[in-house]
Design a protein around this ligand. Structure first.
Ligand SMILES: Nc1nc2c(ncn2[C@@H]2O[C@H](COP(=O)(O)OP(=O)(O)OP(=O)(O)O)[C@@H](O)[C@H]2O)c(=O)[nH]1
Ligand SMILES: [Mg+2]
Length: 249
């Protein structure tokens, strides 16, 4: 079983082989990231902000395509910050939902940082937003180290990735408040065990709130179309309410 002492829970800097100078440069970079993250948080104000982490292709954009129309139909205003190494393909998918979106292209960097988000906030219309979704770069490692000023992180794991992933990439699960197990419509075709995914994830973070979803839209998957989306929408609405309430205090 995993030795939880090995999870880097505090400062994300450090590797035994690095020189002292390299370590201190990295520590300074993380500290200035945290300063900018704090400013981002102030800019977010009453708006609830959720940062989605996952490996590439687990379904982050698909989840947004499922969640946002429901929120919109209930009068909630959403905006999206997209992070990708290349292309604005995901932004185009969000544009089709008719909400403000900004694409950060990192040019090779494997994660978003607070500065990138701060630049996007100058360009994105978030004035009336109840919720901002940040879709981080598809990577289960690097994005865990960078605070962006968000209210919470949520890790998305698709069932095709295997039930051992929480153990192999613990930081993403340790630092997230919620886990979304996506592509559940594919379970009948896989050896992946959803109970094992949950057990492994909870062994890393026993407070994780877990959602089981399918974003599959075609009605050929035994009634699993858009499964779990209503639960996620309720959760987000509750978070929007809490954040707005906290902000008034
Ligand atoms: N069967 C099935 N396919 C899904 C589901 N969710 C997403 N997909 C498919 O998985 C592929 C990747 O989905 P995306 O939403 O682009 O994944 P992503 O996490 O945003 O990917 P990156 O932004 O590249 O990291 C697409 O072909 C989706 O149609 C699901 O619940 N079930
Ligand atoms: Mg995407």
């Amino acid at each position: 079983m995993l030795n939880s002492n090995r999870i880097n829970r505090g400062s994300k800097v450090g590797s035994a082989g690095r020189s002292g100078r390299s370590l201190s440069v990295q520590r300074n970079a993380m500290e200035s990231n945290d300063v900018i993250a704090k400013k981002n948080k102030a800019v977010f104000g009453r708006t609830f902000v959720i940062n989605f982490l996952s490996s590439p292709g687990s379904g982050k954009t698909s989840l947004l395509e499922s969640i946002v129309p429901v929120l919109k139909s209930e009068g909630f205003k959403a905006a999206v910050i997209e992070g990708d190494v290349e292309t604005d393909l995901d932004k185009k998918r969000i544009d089709a939902l008719g909400i403000p979106a900004y694409q950060i292209i990192t040019n090779g960097t494997c994660h978003l940082d607070a500065k990138m988000v701060s630049v996007s906030l100058d360009k994105l219309d978030i004035k009336d937003a109840d919720v901002i979704f940040i879709e981080n770069v598809g990577n289960l490692v690097c994005p865990t180290s960078f605070n962006l000023g968000e209210d919470m992180k949520a890790v998305v794991l698709s069932v095709t990735e295997g039930d051992d992933k929480p153990l192999k990439y613990p930081a993403a699960f340790y630092k997230s408040e919620a886990m979304v197990i996506n592509k559940t419509d594919l379970l009948p075709a896989l050896d992946s065990d959803i109970a094992k995914i949950k057990e492994n994830a909870l062994s890393i973070n026993n407070g994780l709130i877990i959602f089981e979803t399918s974003c599959k839209k075609k009605a050929d998957c035994g009634g699993a179309v858009n499964k779990g989306i209503a639960d996620m929408v309720s959760f987000i609405k509750e978070k929007i309410k809490l954040k707005a309430g906290e902000f008034k205090k």
